[in-house]
Design a binder for this molecule. Sequence first.
Ligand SMILES: Cc1cc2nc3c(=O)[nH]c(=O)nc-3n(C[C@H](O)[C@H](O)[C@H](O)COP(=O)(O)OP(=O)(O)OC[C@H]3O[C@@H](n4cnc5c(N)ncnc54)[C@H](O)[C@@H]3O)c2cc1C
Length: 455
Amino acid sequence: MKTLFHPSLYQFDQVQPSYWEATAGSSKLKGEPLSGTQSCDVAIIGGGYTGLSAALHLARDFSVDVCLLEAGHIGWGASGRNGGFCTMGGTKVSLKSQLKRFGVEQTRGFHQSQAEAVNLVRALGEDENIDYLPQGDCEFIVADSPDHFVDLQKQAELEQTLLGLDVTVHSQDEFREIGYDSPHQHGAIALRPSFALHPLRYAHGLAAATERRGARIHAYSEVVHWRKQEDGGHLLETASGSLHAKRVILTGNGFMPEHLHHGVKGRPLPVQSAIVVTRPMSASELQQKGWHTENPTINSKHMFFYYRLLKDGRFMLGGRANHIGDPAGAEQTFSQLKQSITRMWPQFAGIEYTHQWRGLVCMALNLRPSIGRMPEDKSVFFAYGYHGNGVNSATWSGRELARWMAGKNSGNSVSPTHLPAIIRGRPPRFPLAFLRRQYVRAGLAIYSLRDRFNF
Ligand SMILES: Cc1cc2nc3c(=O)[nH]c(=O)nc-3n(C[C@H](O)[C@H](O)[C@H](O)COP(=O)(O)OP(=O)(O)OC[C@H]3O[C@@H](n4cnc5c(N)ncnc54)[C@H](O)[C@@H]3O)c2cc1C
């Protein structure tokens, strides 16, 4: 298979050396590989949050006969290796542009759906007894400069008055007391109901709940061929078996298997994200370093960092990585992330690091997530493009796909017209799609310049 990034990012039999894998607990679902010839109503390609949530809701709420095929172990993709921020976002379209293009009602609908998606993750945790180690009760966005704080205050006002979101503003002095201090801290806003969790435990919990509801889950079952059948159905082939399905949900996000279906070719824009984690720090050490929060936090730059404390007192920080994806480039990224930590928080200088890993998030040309079905084959559904914010968005999109497919409102439409306009339909194909990595490179350079010269 020809891959967009370096092949080292697509080794389905390799487990990431992540903190999450090291602390996944005992709830791992084995999921035997597909064998022989099987059939089902809905086949799902990909065992991340999108696929698992779609499978769970189809099986649990609508008694649909579902079979999910995952190329690696369950949660092998971004769902098992992200930062665990269950926060609001999902699009890179600025709030001003959203309002201008989609109007207040649709924009409000989208942001409310993001808050609903966070609450859905909480509810699934409780209802399905998922041990995902929740932390915090909001998300902080920290101003990197006094100008950024003015911008954040304006954003908070719009979010409160027009979008009905729960946002509070905290001055630099206030945030020093409830968050942390840093030469790069100039005040912050807090968004609720966001929180943080253990992403791999969440994926395993979703998988266990899905199996309990009677859906079949096969790990180590990479779909290598997809053949359309004369009866309108589909035949999905893996190395050890084949699956007949009436309908297919194609997921994959940053790891989208574009070679399997023409309808998705050249549309996702995978971008690397990387994470480093320190040794644990005791409560008194953290107190001494002036760190007071467990809430997931990002800073206000275009090339922003995301960071949080973990349950055992470790500090985790993530950011964008290079446009190639080779192991040498990854090492460079990890050391740049560590240098950034020392620059932003001199009190962490010299601390040891225990884990580092990376993965792919997914952007799109229209800078929006999408839920839809292929215009060229309406028995194929998809959801992807969460712009680095899939813990809540992918879970919600999976549920909405399930509801759409099982409900009366699916009709013949290629996009779920009952959902907010911002997430409807298929993202456009990139012109000269083979150049997508170069587009990523240019995008990263532009973001760096904007941060440096503040425009
Ligand atoms: C380093 C990193 C940090 C992140 N941090 C956050 C965060 O803190 N908060 C947040 O909200 N989001 C975060 N994200 C993004 C988030 O993880 C994703 O948006 C989300 O997990 C997407 O879920 P998914 O199910 O659509 O895709 P994935 O979880 O990527 O799953 C896709 C699956 O498809 C499988 N697959 C691919 N090809 C085939 C095939 N041919 N046959 C069968 N299976 C196949 C892959 O093996 C993979 O497991 C982060 C991502 C990364 C990489």
